[in-house]
Write a protein that binds this ligand. Sequence first.
Ligand code: ZN
Length: 165
Amino acid sequence: MDTVQNNAVATVHYTGTLPETGEVFDTSEGRDPLVFLVGHRQMITGFEEEMIGAKVGERRTFTLEAERAYGERQEENVTTFPRSDFAAVEAQVPLEVGMTLVADMIDGPRPFTILSVDEQTISADFNHKLAGKSLTFSVEVVELRAAEESEVSHGHVHGKGGVTH
Ligand code: ZN
């Protein structure tokens, strides 16, 4: 397997920047590279689409519009909570706009960002922090291999950089 394609296990180094400001929002530099199974929705769609066909050692740089990255911001993902729900948090740390907290929802823990705080309520934004933004990625393919059958059926990588079970 010598190019990025569906059911390949790709190991990559990447840096993500905001094209308007050049701010780095995420990078694997200085860490272990990222390992993922191609074609199983582990990555945002545009990231995989832009890397299909890349060889080991090849670096690609591309900018994704929001709809191919984390999607547009949805106003219905903004919710209001009574401030009293956060009494335990507030006993530890003052609540501030822009702070990220995690809510225990029926479907599991979900992170949100505080949009506003007043005496009675907190406005919580469950949109992904990168929703609505264009993102630039610079990605270098470090290693490629064909996925094992068990990886394809589980939809994730096993072993180094993946799931151990
Ligand atoms: Zn598995």
